[in-house]
Write a protein that binds this ligand. Structure first.
Ligand code: DC
Length: 224
């Protein structure tokens, strides 16, 4: 059966990874969370006190970073490894979320991540979600989805996810982080978040997860 590349871009906390994961599972494709890579790089920079406004320091730091994904049978999810350490838990922290958009705006960081993402798609049969996947990473992808949802819904979704882990987090903190990231991600100079001309818009504000998956799988059938 023909395998294609599916890209899912969109605003923060729109449910991109939920949809991407479900699509990959039903199609038997690989799912790659490109945001996890930017988060892992940010975690490395924070832990090692890297001044990412300094170009040579950033380049040197990147040369010491090895990123990989490993499938965890227990969680039935592929998890992010930074220099062979499972960092899946740490990269979801608000401390990382507060800095990740700043780090992801750096040109050398993007070159580093994008070249690895492109390699992962060489054999096709992949669903990758992020911000620039349909525009920069795989501009020739056979199916591009751009996701959006109303802000209060996105805030609520992200808040319940974060509060389960950290009961001290407030809804205001989550909202301001989400808005700040959208602002930085969509206005940065290199590969800003934007909908590719040939992407299909999917607003899931009023959709159940089942409905959303159903729509997406119909789009796949069309693309095949
Ligand atoms: O998808 P996420 O929220 O985990 O992504 C974290 C940050 O990484 C997001 O605010 C912007 C950045 N990012 C990016 O610049 N390009 C991507 N392809 C994916 C994420």
């Amino acid at each position: 059966m023909k395998k294609i590349i599916i890209t899912i871009d969109g605003w923060s906390s729109c449910g991109k990874s939920t949809l991407a994961r479900q699509m990959a599972k039903s199609l038997g494709y690989v799912y790659i969370d490109s945001g996890a890579m930017y988060r892992a790089i940010t975690l490395y920079f924070l832990r090692n006190h890297i001044d990412w406004t300094n170009e040579s320091e950033t380049t040197e730091a990147l040369s010491n970073i090895h990123l990989s994904f490993t499938y965890n049978e227990k969680s039935a999810q592929s998890e992010m490894y930074l220099n062979n350490e499972n960092v899946e838990y740490f990269i979801r922290d608000l401390v990382v979320a507060e800095k990740v958009s700043e780090v992801a705006a750096i040109s050398s960081v993007r070159t580093f991540a994008v070249s690895q993402q492109q390699k992962m798609g060489e054999k096709k049969g992949i669903v990758m979600d992020g911000r620039d996947i349909g525009t920069t990473v795989f501009p020739k992808a056979e199916l591009k989805i751009f996701m959006t949802a109303d802000i209060p819904i996105r805030v609520e979704r992200r808040y319940s996810e974060m509060a389960a882990k950290n009961p001290n987090v407030t809804i205001e903190e989550v909202k301001s982080n989400l808005q700040m990231r959208d602002q930085i991600d969509s206005t940065r100079a290199v590969s800003p978040l934007r909908m590719a001309d040939d992407a299909i818009l999917l607003d899931n504000s009023k959709l159940s997860m089942e409905d959303q998956l159903d729509i997406a799988l119909k789009l796949v059938a069309k693309a095949l």
